[in-house]
Design a protein around this ligand. Structure first.
Ligand code: GTP
Length: 371
């Protein structure tokens, strides 16, 4: 699908990186970015987000390039989205809807699918104004439409019912996960969670450490649901590694809330491995965004080791760094070449040393001499 990207520079943050990220997001969703339209403004326009002149300029560019969809690198109000769609006569997506769309395509576990659908419904509900067609397909089902009810009322009722059902199912899934967590704790298993910016290489590292095949792709949010697997480290306690959804700056709040349950895995962990793409030009911004989200999901107190990944691209040697107390604070690795992975395993063994085997008492100790 031919897409036009629109980014407005309000003078905050790294604008170019943010627009590049939108392009990657659009590709991940299956769109083909053909043209990018940018502008500077001090604040958004109430009616069109951009000025009406700019809106017409976008319209002309779209006509010339046979664009099928326009994607804004911002959150649009329902009114702005509607006004733009009318003026451009094209479908308009905002950043939130785009991310929701990718999440919907990628969710694999039952819980992930439920969470995404819930977030989508919440996002849609705020956009529910007459002439809304998303649920049109379900219309006409016997018993769906009450007497004298408008389509809008029917849609609202359907959404409310569906949200209630999804919430109930999610509660059940969360309960069974809590049971599993308790079982793990009883079995004295350490949980280590991989967190990090999307595309940092979490899944690749997960595969490297657990020798499992988890879908790793150069697409954003290839991993959506937490995957748990045992990792064998010589000289260490039993360790379970969990791979979590990629973080991204400006992650829609709806989604943070929806994924709190999935990310709770990270908050309950004994250690976080914060995976960083050391070759990314806006690496520091990504680190800050992840740290902020770690706080937001209540995992700020969990000890962290930073994993500087893709050392093969970043021209840095693999290795380990320690803080002034001697605790390992970061490890440079390449999940692809395997450089630094032995050091990472050693770091895990150092953090969670296996308790020494109980020494069998000598048989001739005085306490036992009576036998
Ligand atoms: P999300 O699912 O979006 O959160 O991504 P992720 O963090 O799980 O990243 P993933 O493991 O899918 O890797 C993203 C891309 O980076 C893939 O194309 C990997 O092959 C590549 N990659 C991962 N680790 C390395 C590395 O050490 N070196 C290089 N050169 N590429 C890497």
């Amino acid at each position: 699908m031919r897409a036009a990207l629109v980014g407005i520079d309000f003078g905050a943050g790294d604008f170019t990186a943010s627009v590049e990220e939108l392009s990657l997001l659009a590709r991940s969703a299956g769109a083909e970015p053909i043209t990018t339209i940018t502008a500077r403004r001090s604040s958004p326009d109430a009616a069109y987000f951009v000025g009406s002149g700019k809106a017409d300029e976008i319209g002309q560019a779209c006509l010339a390039e046979k664009i099928e969809i326009v994607i804004f690198n911002h959150a649009l109000s329902p009114a702005q989205q509607r006004n733009l769609e009318k003026r451009l006569n094209l479908r308009v997506l905002d950043r939130t809807s785009l991310i929701l769309d990718i999440f919907a395509q990628r969710a694999r576990s039952a819980e992930g699918k439920l969470q995404v659908e819930l977030a989508q419904l919440n996002h849609m509900a705020t956009r529910l104004v007459g002439g809304w067609t998303h649920l049109e397909r379900q219309k006409g089902g016997i018993g769906l439409r009450g007497p004298g009810e408008t389509q809008l009322e029917t849609d609202r009722r359907l959404i409310t019912q569906r949200v209630k059902l999804l919430r109930e199912r999610l509660r059940r899934v969360a309960r069974s996960r809590a049971t599993q967590n308790r079982a793990r704790r009883r079995a004295a298993v350490r949980t280590v969670a991989l967190v990090g910016y999307t595309n940092a290489g979490k899944s690749t590292l997960f595969n490297r450490l657990t020798a499992a095949k988890v879908y790793a792709a150069n697409q954003l949010f290839a991993t959506l649901d937490t995957t748990l697997r045992r990792v064998h480290v010589q000289g260490a306690e039993n360790i379970v590694l969990s791979d979590t959804v990629g973080f991204i700056r400006d992650l829609p709040h709806d989604l943070v809330a929806a994924f709190r349950a999935t990310l709770a895995e990270a908050a309950d962990a004994d250690l976080l491995l914060h995976v960083i793409d050391a070759s990314a030009p806006n690496r520091d911004e990504q680190i800050d965004a992840v740290d902020a989200l770690i706080d937001e999901i209540g995992a700020g107190e969990v000890p962290q080791i930073r994993i500087y990944n893709k050392s093969d691209l970043a021209a840095t040697a693999a290795g380990v760094e320690r803080d002034p107390c001697g605790t390992i604070s970061s490890v440079r690795v390449s999940a692809v070449t395997g450089a630094g992975i032995a050091e990472l395993r050693a770091a895990l063994a150092e953090r969670f040393p296996a308790s020494p085997l109980p020494v069998s008492e000598p048989t001739d100790t005085p306490a036992r001499s009576g036998f």
